[in-house]
Design a protein around this ligand. Structure first.
Ligand code: FAD
Ligand code: NDP
Length: 426
């Protein structure tokens, strides 16, 4: 049994949805494009799962957050794919790929062949077992990557009103889930190995601002240690979290956010890998000319930094998706992907954005005791990164623009004096 398509997108997440929209905008013919996803639903905006989806009231539910609403584009419902002649194969994993033969074998035993393959398989959540701790399968231990995880998390939250949660990990999932748990009136203790939250992006000073805010909302922090084991009751439910520093925390539920691994397994030994992802060039093309990669799984050249990076954020998934379709359908009119990294988060009533690279000297601006403050990163005499909490639309656009321009900075004191005004007027 087999079918053949001109274009196949492997994976049905954020990047797949945005690529589908771009294919239609560029006039793909009915029957040419197929999306294969092991998720049971059409592509959706994954960021909603740790935010609107977890609200105790008026929570976001599908179909409201199918792609591409997150970028104020059309909402691509299953009906949209049908009307546009796109074959969406849901609830079906791809179990092997043969890039020489240009075929994929699905879990249902079907062989799907392609002329162009776009790998958009994203990533999977790292499990505690990979750090030598068992208990991930307990009914009150939650991870958060897909809609099934999110539904499970909602059920666990509802099963322990005003209960105690331990959140393992001080990264994005940890911070956003801790905020959502507090909004659900759950008592939260965050446990992570670093000295402060969001250690890969935030400076100590920026992290302190958020930690103080979280403390004001009742969150406890246990820093500089990791989980060593769980205690279980006779039903296999976790009742306590034992930490390596010797302390124990009683719990009703646990949320784990300790990072991800890109889903590259199908292509190991077939495509060149780098930084844990599939290495692609500026046209997002892999070491096999018929195979492209986008989103979390792609390691692509960031022109402004002069190096290959793999990003795990929705904006790069959306933009790389748009670019790959142009690169495939209009190669002569399409240049290299020229992307400035953009990360953001929304927690409680706070909201921040970051553009560029967090290397070099840090210059702070604004009022940390007020609502809006930020920082610039200056490396080798150029402004290379900018962070802003509590900005308005124009201010965020300004820090995005200034980061793209990479202006030469001769006087750091003057930059500090001008603060956000520098970005706004440049
Ligand atoms: P994904 O969206 O993960 O999609 C990959 C798809 O491939 C999935 O459908 C998966 O099931 C499927 N797949 C994988 N392997 C196979 C296979 N063998 N066969 C078939 N299908 C397969 N980023 C931000 O910038 N801001 C945010 O606020 C933000 N919030 C987030 C909140 C949560 C809870 C999570 C989990 C992530 C968040 N992110 C956020 C990150 C962002 O969602 C990802 O960067 C983005 O989803 C990457 O898109 P992708 O298409 O590459 O991968
Ligand atoms: P992150 O990489 O952001 O954070 C993982 C955190 O867990 C780090 O603080 C890490 O520390 C810590 N950690 C690692 N191992 C352990 C351990 N054994 N015990 C305790 N802590 C540990 O990953 P997340 O899981 O938070 O997020 C998953 C993905 O979802 C990421 O790709 C992220 O970008 C994405 N996401 C993005 C959001 C956004 O952009 N707003 C929101 C939600 C998710 P260390 O740094 O030392 O390894």
């Amino acid at each position: 049994m087999g079918r053949a398509f001109v274009y196949v997108i492997l994976g049905g997440g954020v990047a797949a949805g945005y690529a589908a929209l771009e294919f239609v905008k560029k006039g793909v013919s009915h029957g040419e494009l197929c999306i294969i996803s092991d998720e049971p639903v059409a592509p959706y905006e994954r960021p909603a799962l740790s935010k609107g989806f977890l609200l105790p009231e008026a929570a976001a539910r599908l179909p409201s957050f199918h792609t591409c609403v997150g970028a104020n584009e059309e909402r691509l419902t299953p009906k949209w794919y049908k009307e546009n002649g796109i074959e969406v194969v849901l609830g079906t994993g791809v179990k092997s790929a043969d890039v020489k033969r240009k075929t994929l074998l699905t879990t249902t035993g079907e062989t799907i062949s392609y002329k162009f393959l776009i790998v958009a398989t994203g990533a999977r959540a790292l499990k505690l077992e990979e750090f030598g701790v068992s208990g991930s399968d307990a009914e009150n231990v939650c991870y958060l990557r897909d809609i099934a995880d999110a539904n499970r998390l909602v059920n666990v939250i509802q099963s322990c009103p005003e209960g105690n949660a331990v959140v393992i990990g001080g990264g994005y999932i940890g911070m956003e889930c801790a905020a959502s748990l507090v909004i659900n009136k759950i008592n939260v203790t965050m446990v992570f190995p670093e000295e402060h939250c969001m250690a890969r992006l935030f400076t100590t000073k920026i992290a302190n601002y958020y930690e103080e805010y979280y403390k004001s909302r009742g969150v406890n922090f246990v820093k500089g240690t990791v989980l060593s084991s769980f205690d279980f009751d006779s039903n296999g439910k976790v009742t306590a979290v034992n930490l390596r520093d010797g302390s124990t925390l009683s719990v009703d539920m646990v949320v784990v956010g300790i990072g991800i691994r890109p889903n590259t397994g199908l292509f190991e030994g077939q495509l060149t890998l780098e930084k844990g992802g599939i290495k692609v060039n500026g046209m997002l093309q892999s070491s096999n000319s018929s195979v492209y990669a986008i989103g979390d799984v792609a390691a692509f050249p960031v022109k402004a930094f002069g190096e290959t990076r793999r990003l795990e954020h929705v904006d790069s998934a959306r933009k790389s998706a748009k670019h790959v379709v142009a690169a495939i359908m209009e190669p002569d009119k399409t240049g290299e992907f020229d992307y400035i990294p953009f990360f953001y988060s929304r927690i409680f009533t706070l909201s921040w954005q970051f553009y560029g690279d967090n290397v070099g000297e840090v210059i702070y601006f604004g009022d940390m005791s007020g609502s809006a403050f930020g920082a610039y990163w200056v490396s080798k005499g150029h402004l290379v990164g900018a962070f802003l909490e509590g900005g308005n639309k124009e201010e965020y656009e300004a820090i995005a623009k200034v980061t793209r321009l990479r202006p030469a900075i001769e006087d750091l004191t003057e930059l500090e004096r001008q603060g956000l005004g520098y970005a706004v007027t440049v």
